[in-house]
Design a protein around this ligand. Structure first.
Ligand code: MSP
Length: 512
């Protein structure tokens, strides 16, 4: 029996550029949550995709001398390939140029219009093409202070436009934030959004006429739906909206939209207002994560320091990349990506911590027990301490996941790994093996190690799915996770283990 349904989304990524570490970060985080929930017995729907309309894509295509759809068709493959190599198990991949999406956007537009929230007027002001956002004079002044190279391209616009009555939703939104504090996370981000909304909301221009790469506004001439109105709707499209589908019934409202801090406003202000207007339920949580700098610097094309996830994976493998991103910084805060910290984590935590524990434990089982997990005979205090520590770790990891504190969860798991490594040092099976009268003790220790490795594979699975499966193969278990008992004590004596190859190799970095 399934425990419940769970719907997690990533932003849909613009196809004007190839994927970078920021895209990989959110998608890996979403995959980790999806795997955790699925293993815990939930029926999970995990959506990612690409945002293919708008002025920005149109301009990028023009610059490259191709049609926007050609650009999208070319770049979308890079995202899809990257998700494959990162072991991402999304349920669906949506492209906003698909016809199913066209239908969904037209329908939500009609619903909002029917509710009296769309009117025609004239927009006069500025448009920030990089962020696909209408901006105020004050924002323009701020942008003009930036060095020319890093400034987003601004366009002065004077055109007829459809407006959405965002101002009408100021009070309903504030009420929603106060009644549902879990709607925006982390808390400090919620405070930012609340003050923004308290500052007053102006109606939002939701159509453009000076370009055509988008979804036409229903029953209008020459208007294209504003790209954020179009893009946000993807979360409904995938579930079959406006059809009354089983997926929609099961999974809407979404449990969590993961977004970067820069696009929180679109998700926590515009999106709920559109949904309220359309008479649809609001997502339960929008979680905004922080931004990565690279070797202490802002990542940018002009600095040439954009981290290409494919290259990182080529060099270190996807597991190391996943581990580093989720371990290095608290989810929500900004952090720095540096080769040195990555290498330190790999050598210290993956090679010496996890890798070492698995290899020494299994090699001793091969050497002293012919590769067969023995029977635990009599438990001593130190064996019981391991069992108890696992129970605590499991609880901790569960509550860490509740707050999406991936780094804390990993640090709790690694404390457990360190404890088991210490247990090996203290019990010293190589000494026990030399004394016949210690045979029972040796067997208990080897069983405790096999069981520790089993539960570690369960704990690390959402973060390091391939490593978890590799470990499980070594201890004679099926790679599938989800049906197995996660309590302590379920390793069967008699199980055949195989040390095999090391899980990780030490990085000796000449570049250091
Ligand atoms: N298309 C919109 C999202 C529409 S969702 C309905 C978009 N796309 S994007 O490709 O520009 O950005 C996608 C995500 O990448 C955002 O969540 C953004 O925060 C994230 N990142 C971009 N650079 C980043 C870092 N340097 N670090 C972490 N995440 C970053 O916005």
């Amino acid at each position: 029996m399934k425990k419940g349904k769970f719907y997690v989304t990533t932003p849909i990524y613009y196809v004007n550029d190839v994927p970078h570490i920021g895209h990989a970060y959110t998608t890996i985080a979403a995959d980790t949550i999806a795997r955790y929930k699925a293993a815990a017995g939930y029926e999970v729907y995990f959506l990612t995709g690409t945002d293919e309309h708008g002025r920005k894509i149109e301009q990028a295509a023009q610059a490259g001398g191709e049609a926007p759809i050609e650009l999208a068709d070319r770049v979308v493959v890079k995202f899809q390939d990257l998700w494959k190599i990162l072991g991402i198990q999304n349920t669906d991949f949506i492209r906003t140029t698909e016809s199913r999406h066209h239908g969904a956007v037209s329908e939500i537009w009609r619903l909002v219009e029917k509710n009296g929230d769309i009117y025609l007027d004239e927009y006069e002001g500025w448009y920030d093409v990089r962020n696909e956002a209408f901006i105020t004079e004050t924002q323009v002044e701020e942008i003009m202070k930036l060095p020319e190279k890093t400034r987003p391209h601004l366009e002065k616009i004077k055109e007829q436009s459809y407006f959405f009555r965002l101002s009408k939703y100021q009070e309903p939104l504030l009420l929603h934030y106060s009644e549902h504090p879990e709607f925006i996370k982390p808390d400090y981000r919620r405070n930012e959004v609340v003050s923004f909304v308290e500052g007053g909301l102006r109606d939002l221009s939701v159509s453009r006429t000076n370009f055509s790469w988008g979804i036409p506004v229903p029953d209008s001439q020459g208007h294209v739906v504003y790209v954020w109105f179009d893009a946000l709707t993807n979360y409904l499209t995938s579930l079959g909206f406006p059809g009354k589908t089983q997926d929609f019934e099961n999974f809407w409202p979404a449990d969590i939209h993961l977004v970067g801090k820069d696009i929180l406003r679109f998700h926590a202000v515009y999106w709920p207002a559109f949904l309220m207007s359309a008479g649809l339920e609001l997502p339960k949580t929008v979680f905004a994560h922080g931004w990565w700098t690279v070797e202490g610097e802002k990542m940018s094309k002009s600095l040439g320091n954009v981290v290409d996830p494919c290259k990182v994976v080529e060099e270190f493998g996807s597991e190391i990349f996943r581990y580093f991103l989720l371990r290095e910084i608290p989810f929500g805060q900004d952090g720095d990506y540096s080769r040195k910290s990555l290498v330190n984590r790999v050598n210290g935590e993956l090679v010496n911590g996890l890798g070492n524990l698995v290899s020494r434990s299994l090699s001793m089982t091969e050497r002293y027990a012919d590769g067969v997990v023995p029977n635990p005979v009599e438990l001593s205090e130190s064996d019981k301490a391991i069992a108890n520590s696992y129970k605590e770790t499991k609880q901790q990891v569960r509550s860490d996941f509740e707050e999406l504190a991936f780094n804390k969860a990993l640090s709790h798991i690694w404390e457990f790994i360190a404890l088991v490594n210490k247990y090996v040092d203290k019990t010293a099976p190589w000494k026990l093996a030399k004394q016949e009268e210690q045979r029972n003790r040796l067997e208990t220790v080897l069983w405790t190690l096999a069981e520790s490795i089993r539960v570690i594979s369960l704990l690390i699975y959402p973060f390091l799915p391939e490593t978890a499966c590799e470990i499980r193969k070594k201890i004679g278990l099926s790679t599938g996770i989800g049906k197995e008992n996660t309590d302590w004590g379920y390793t069967k004596p008699g199980t055949i283990v195989k040390k095999g190859e090391n899980l990780f190799t030490k990085i000796t970095d000449e570049k250091k």
